[in-house]
Design a protein around this ligand. Structure first.
Ligand SMILES: Nc1ncnc2c1ncn2[C@@H]1O[C@H](COP(=O)(O)OP(=O)(O)O)[C@@H](O)[C@H]1O
Ligand SMILES: N[C@@H](CCC(=O)OP(=O)(O)O)C(=O)O
Length: 271
């Protein structure tokens, strides 16, 4: 199998709840640590990184010793508020260990639509990236109610990560989840589902085989990951969807190894 050609200096990495929280509800410390190690190592190599991290509600559930996400929006928002600070504490501890500075950036999906807000957010990203600080982005869940209930087509961190990747002009979006990539059928439902290595376009065929979330704590499932991929393809950018159980897989992705699913236009692949 040929190596993929990936020239990426500015990279957005999105990590889902399913990679950060064990099925039992406990925090997956291994993922936190390996993610901090990998991003710190790349930062030291001179790459510019933005991490979009879910997990506020998952961590909040764990902190409050709840097994299930409450149905009431206000209760979910309260859990997100509890979990977000805990989430950042976990990241701060692990990134400190690798001598890397991080910052919390909470956004709403429409923030880039307002010229002034867009300017402020971009100033923040530019200063942080210039100073080798890794921004850790999440949706501002106490404000963005639509996201939690999935009442709108937008409003999840998969698409937020694609929007961030567009605005910071990232060369590559890496989405880490609890599956090895995009399959021709939902691998959690169909035993012989096949992993697709390369996707050049995302249309009805792909959406037709993209199902919902596989874990109790995740939200978007494959539909929102495909919407993110579609946005990247429309802008001639590249997205890789891969398994986040060991975030050091990012090194393999950047080395051009055939891991996960790469979403890349054929014309871009041959540039
Ligand atoms: N065609 C498909 N290929 C891969 N995964 C799929 C597909 N259709 C549905 N899924 C589901 O999407 C899940 C990943 O989404 P999600 O649970 O929201 O994860 P995350 O928390 O990482 O965002 C997988 O566990 C799987 O069950
Ligand atoms: N903003 C929410 C999660 C939203 C979300 O998209 O979750 P996921 O499907 O796990 O990426 C949180 O931090 O819990």
């Amino acid at each position: 199998m040929d190596k993929r050609i990936i020239n990426a200096n500015r990279i957005v990495v999105k990590v889902g709840t399913s990679s950060l929280i064990h099925p039992s509800g406990a925090v997956n410390l291994k993922t936190f640590d390996e993610l901090a190690y990998t991003l710190s190592a790349l930062n030291n190599q001179g790459k510019q990184l933005v991490l979009v991290s879910s997990g506020a509600i998952g961590v909040g559930l764990n902190k409050m010793q709840l097994k299930r996400r409450p149905t009431e929006i206000g209760a979910q928002q309260a859990l997100a508020a509890i979990g977000q600070s805990e989430l950042m504490t976990l990241f701060t501890q692990r990134f400190d260990h690798y001598l890397t500075d991080i910052a919390q950036v909470l956004l709403t999906h429409d923030i880039f639509d307002y010229p002034k807000s867009n300017q402020f957010v971009m100033n923040t990203f530019n200063c942080l990236l210039r100073d080798n600080v890794i921004p850790i982005v999440n949706e501002n869940d106490t404000v963005a109610t639509d996201e939690l209930d999935h009442k709108t087509t937008f409003g999840d961190n998969d698409q937020l990560s694609a929007i961030v990747a567009s605005h910071v002009d990232a060369d590559l979006l890496i989405v880490l989840s609890d599956v090895d990539g995009f399959y021709d059928q939902n691998p959690n439902q169909v035993a012989d589902a096949k992993l697709i290595s390369t996707v050049n376009q995302v249309d009805e065929t792909e959406f037709g085989v993209a199902g919902g979330t596989g874990s109790r704590f995740g939200t978007g499932g494959m539909q929102t990951k495909l919407l993110a991929a579609k946005r990247m393809l429309d802008e001639d950018r590249v997205m890789v969807l891969a398994n986040g159980s060991d975030p050091r897989i990012i090194f393999k992705i950047l080395a051009g190894n055939d891991v996960g699913t790469i979403f890349q236009k054929e014309s871009v692949a041959h540039e």
